[in-house]
Design a binder for this molecule. Structure first.
Ligand SMILES: *[C@@H]1O[C@H](CO)[C@@H](O)[C@H](O)[C@H]1NC(C)=O
Ligand SMILES: *[C@@H]1O[C@H](CO)[C@@H](O)[C@H](O)[C@H]1NC(C)=O
Ligand SMILES: *[C@@H]1O[C@H](CO)[C@@H](O)[C@H](O)[C@H]1NC(C)=O
Ligand SMILES: CC(=O)N[C@H]1CO[C@H](CO)[C@@H](O)[C@@H]1O
Length: 216
């Protein structure tokens, strides 16, 4: 697979854009980040709070595709967490994805006080910091499509407009999810997908798009 991404901010929206050719579905995460410089003690309070948080998110997230959870008191081993499934993913698949994310992040970032993991169907984030409702400009990733657009200026303009359109669609949608496609002329199409977390005031959007060249 080859991928590309760029990110930009639009008024209140923080977008993470992911350009990809070919859709990857699988158990492997798209990306992850062990986000904290601090570790927690094995089997300590933070650990048990984190385990409880994962359990709560597992039950909370699937019915709506979005869950936030806080376990413990502020500055006393408090763990904050968020799980988000793509708007077109059903409850069963959402639950499976969140469960897999919880177990995988523990292996990938052992004892880390904060981490985030992205899958095709869901994302999971936890931290000792209170991040709920705040825009995260730090944790992002991109996958690059190595093919170049034949007319980059026009391509970028149209892409930006397309993404703005999708973000307004997502904002109005119950699950804050939008997907669409744009004819670029000839065989070329641009595919876009956007998922925001459900904080109405400050939104967090993950945007995927892919370009299909020559019907490929
Ligand atoms: C943590 O607890 C489990 C089960 O109670 C135990 O098997 C494991 O050895 C403990 N790990 C550490 C590092 O204390
Ligand atoms: C949920 O989605 C998965 C994957 O697309 C599918 O295999 C499964 O049949 C769906 N389940 C329900 C209850 O719709
Ligand atoms: C795309 O453009 C860049 C910069 O002009 C160039 O370095 C790269 O080789 C091009 N890639 C392809 C696949 O043509
Ligand atoms: C379930 C659990 O372990 N909760 C603990 C989380 O951390 C607080 C301290 O902030 C403890 O008092 C809880 O027992």
């Amino acid at each position: 697979m080859c991928f590309s991404k760029f990110s930009f901010s639009m008024s209140l929206l923080s977008l993470t854009l992911l350009l990809q050719v070919g859709v990857g579905v699988g158990a492997d995460p798209l990306a992850y980040s062990c986000a904290s410089s601090e570790n927690f003690t094995p089997n300590g309070t933070y650990f048990s709070n984190l385990s409880k948080l994962f359990g709560n998110l597992y039950f909370k997230t699937a019915p709506t595709g979005f869950g936030v959870e806080v376990v413990g008191q502020y500055s006393q081993n408090q763990v904050n967490g968020l799980a988000l499934c793509r708007g077109d993913v059903n409850a069963t698949e959402c639950r499976t994805c969140v469960a897999g994310a919880s177990s995988e992040i523990g292996k990938l970032c052992p004892y880390n006080k904060g981490a985030i993991i992205w899958y095709d169907s869901c994302l999971l984030k936890y931290s000792d910091m209170d991040f709920i409702g705040k825009i995260d400009n730090k944790n992002k990733f991109y996958l690059v499509n190595v093919n170049n657009a034949s007319d980059p200026t026009t391509f970028n303009q149209r892409t930006k407009r397309f993404l703005s359109y999708l973000s307004s669609e997502a904002y109005a949608a119950p699950r804050m999810y939008a997907a669409g496609e744009l004819e670029l002329g000839g065989p070329d199409k641009l595919y876009g997908l956007l998922q925001c977390t459900r904080h109405r005031l400050q939104q967090f959007c993950i945007l995927y798009f892919e370009e299909n060249e020559n019907g490929n």
